[in-house]
Design a protein around this ligand. Structure first.
Ligand code: ADP
Length: 415
């Protein structure tokens, strides 16, 4: 089955075409046939397309909205010039899998999209006003462009965390607010944490119930997850993706009293403060330079910039804080697993995060960590380290494609 995987953000659409089926999943031999991204939708869009084994194509053209972007993607996919194996017409796209950010309490696993599900995703807009509308645009556009005959599946960022116990997901505020407004921690990046747990289990030949690990998704957005018995037990993002770790432009945890104080001192509105905490804080706010970790590391190395160093130090310290907390909450774990753009690519950040964790049982092998290579999978802890450390590059698109196939084939999934 050729699955078009769509990940629609507010002004971007990322996609992959993945060939998968029961046998390919069993052999772990699914194939990515093509991938790409359309950025800056609404103006002069930047388009990057690549079919496997061929060079990237890049160009700019005006694209009005998500529908125009997806139309452009689909036309490229089926065109002769894309050179994609086995795909020459619309009928070669067999299904569409969508990343959907918020599924609230209603969607605890991936589902085939019908009118009822669409309404359910719309109902979640209140909880994810920035994300779900773009996901809905993607679903509707794909329906229009490919026709009702092509089945679509929604894979939710929150679903993996549906297994969290009440002790993990409730805030210590009046309980009736949970009852009345469903105010609770939902957690995000679930598809990524789930994929990392799946890879860890596969590499180690474990059953899902034998997996007790701490996964760290460190990208522009960052979250930690304590996975116990193969299920999400605790995670750092909460009601929204703002809670938890320091991120590119998000503050992560702060004292909530700051909101009133900022309103008084800076004369800011609630929505201005929301923007400040989501878009102007984190690495960007601390450094005053950039929210991009690679650029900060360069600044620190080339210019010995004090605030770049400080931002990086606070980022790493917060990650350590969560590793310690989760080891306590979970009564220990087998391994800490790094992923996401920063976790996969920066040995320096991994080294700084792991520094001083020896008393907790994590002994990094500095050489292994440095030599692993950018974007590679492997162990980075020393032989005999009681708490292991690994790098596992995430692959949310693969899981979305597999879920799409499994939901349509009515097959059970493990993780
Ligand atoms: P997103 O969360 O948007 O999917 P990514 O997972 O691609 O983003 O992560 C982006 C982050 O990863 C950026 O802060 C970027 O600087 C960082 N990053 C990517 N490569 C490196 C590297 N080699 N060294 C340090 N940071 C890196």
């Amino acid at each position: 089955m050729n699955v078009l995987v769509l990940n629609c953000g507010s002004s971007t659409v990322k996609f992959q075409i993945i060939e998968t089926d029961a046998e390919l999943i069993r052999q772990d031999a699914d194939r990515r046939l093509a991938s790409g991204i359309v950025e800056r939708i609404g103006g002069q869009a930047l388009i990057t397309f690549q079919s496997d084994g061929h060079p990237k194509e890049r160009h700019a053209e005006p694209l009005r909205d998500h529908r125009a972007a997806i139309d452009r993607i689909v036309r490229w996919v089926v065109s002769r010039s894309s050179n994609i194996d086995h795909i020459t017409s619309l009928s070669d796209i067999h299904a569409v899998g969508h990343r959907v950010v918020h599924g609230a309490e209603r969607f605890q696993k991936s589902v085939r999209i019908d009118a009822d599900v669409l309404e359910g995703i719309e109902d979640c807009i209140e909880l994810a006003p920035l994300h779900n509308p773009a996901n809905l645009k993607g679903i509707r556009s794909a329906q229009e462009l490919l026709g009702e005959g092509v089945p679509q599946v929604a894979v939710f960022d929150t679903a993996f965390h549906a297994s969290m116990p009440e002790e993990s997901y409730l805030y210590a505020i009046p309980y009736q607010l949970y009852r009345r407004h469903k105010i609770r921690r939902y957690g995000f990046h679930g598809t990524s944490h789930r994929y990392i747990a799946y890879r860890y289990r596969t590499v180690h030949g474990l059953e899902p119930a034998q997996v007790d690990i701490i996964t760290l998704h460190l990208g522009n957005g960052c979250s930690a997850c304590g996975i116990k018995g193969g299920k999400s037990f605790t995670t750092s993002m909460g009601f929204t993706p703002l809670e938890g770790l320091v991120m590119g432009t998000r503050s992560g945890n702060i004292d909530p009293s700051l909101i009133e104080y900022l309103a008084i001192k800076e004369g800011m509105s609630i929505s201005e403060i929301d923007t400040l905490l989501n878009k102007q804080s984190g690495l960007l706010g601390l450094s005053g330079l950039t929210g991009d970790m690679r650029e900060l590391l360069d600044e620190e190395a080339e210019n010995q910039d004090r605030r770049a160093r400080l931002a990086i130090a606070i980022f790493c310290r917060r990650v350590r804080h969560y590793i310690g907390a989760y080891l306590a909450e979970m009564s220990g774990a087998q391994a800490v697993v790094f992923s996401g753009g920063i976790g996969e690519n920066s040995w320096m950040i991994r080294e700084r995060i792991c520094a001083g964790l020896e008393p907790l049982g994590l002994q990094l092998d500095a050489g292994r960590n440095r030599d692993l290579g950018v974007g590679r999978e492997g162990e980075i802890s020393a032989d005999g380290s009681p708490l292991k450390a690994y790098v596992i590059p995430t692959n949310e698109e693969l899981l979305i494609a597999r879920d799409t196939f499994r939901v349509l084939a009515d097959m059970p999934r493990r993780f």
